[in-house]
Write a protein that binds this ligand. Sequence first.
Ligand SMILES: Nc1ncnc2c1ncn2[C@@H]1O[C@H](COP(=O)(O)OP(=O)(O)OP(=O)(O)O)[C@@H](O)[C@H]1O
Length: 269
Amino acid sequence: MVTVTLPEIRKAQPLPETKETALDIQELDIYYGDYHALQNVNLPIKKNAINALIGPSGCGKSTILRSINRMNDDVPGFRAEGTIQYDDVNLLHEEIDTVALRKEIGMVFQNPNPFPKSIAKNIMQPLKEHGLYSKQNLSKKVEENLKQVGLWEEVWDRLHMSAYSLSGGQKQRLCIARTLSIHPEVILLDEPASALDPIAMAKIEDLLLTLKESYTVLLVTHNLQQAARIADYTAFFYQGELVEYADTKQFFSNPKEKRSADYISGRFG
Ligand SMILES: Nc1ncnc2c1ncn2[C@@H]1O[C@H](COP(=O)(O)OP(=O)(O)OP(=O)(O)O)[C@@H](O)[C@H]1O
């Protein structure tokens, strides 16, 4: 019999907890003026995994996404202390190039916000802006991107129609395709399916499960069932504090903190 040691098994098939960290949030404090919105948050965002941020309204979930992408820089009174480490860069460094940052770390919002252009141009525009195309391969790239989000079959014969003619779920998948077109490493999604019907939501969830093979996914969701269904890791926030971070199965089946148990059983929030 061939025996395999534990380290060998780990090497062959990484356990979820041994996944590499894509973004490492360390001692993060966020202020809006005098308001201390996030307090000493330490959280690893795992590579090639779906990382869910959950918690009641106002607990700071969107603030984390917006801080990673530096979208709060212009908010009056906003201040961030601590580190968000990405490779060898602290994303909070004041001299960071936010255009380059947003190419590596893309964002998808709650309400689908396609450009007021044709379906094809929604994909072409970022490709052009980032010099990622040649005339010969532009339509091929559009096709590839739309296939990546399962939209090609639905829209191939109306690529030149306005993106506004799509359904809500289709618009959201187009926005995800647009984000993917410039090859980010990390995708931040702020409640991407909360405005959608259950079928469109299921398509987004299936898509995220596919995307995690190639990308790191950081998902803010109010929907606990969604986090339980698709997230590999779950972080629960309450009033600006990270209460618990765990493997999703463990978090929902055996939370360590009373506040987590109360929240997932609907006793508050
Ligand atoms: N631009 C801002 N100026 C002042 N305070 C803000 C600003 N944005 C957020 N806050 C405050 O920071 C806290 C965290 O807000 P945030 O939007 O991150 O919460 P959230 O968990 O994403 O909430 P929701 O689930 O309702 O979107 C809240 O108390 C909010 O009022």
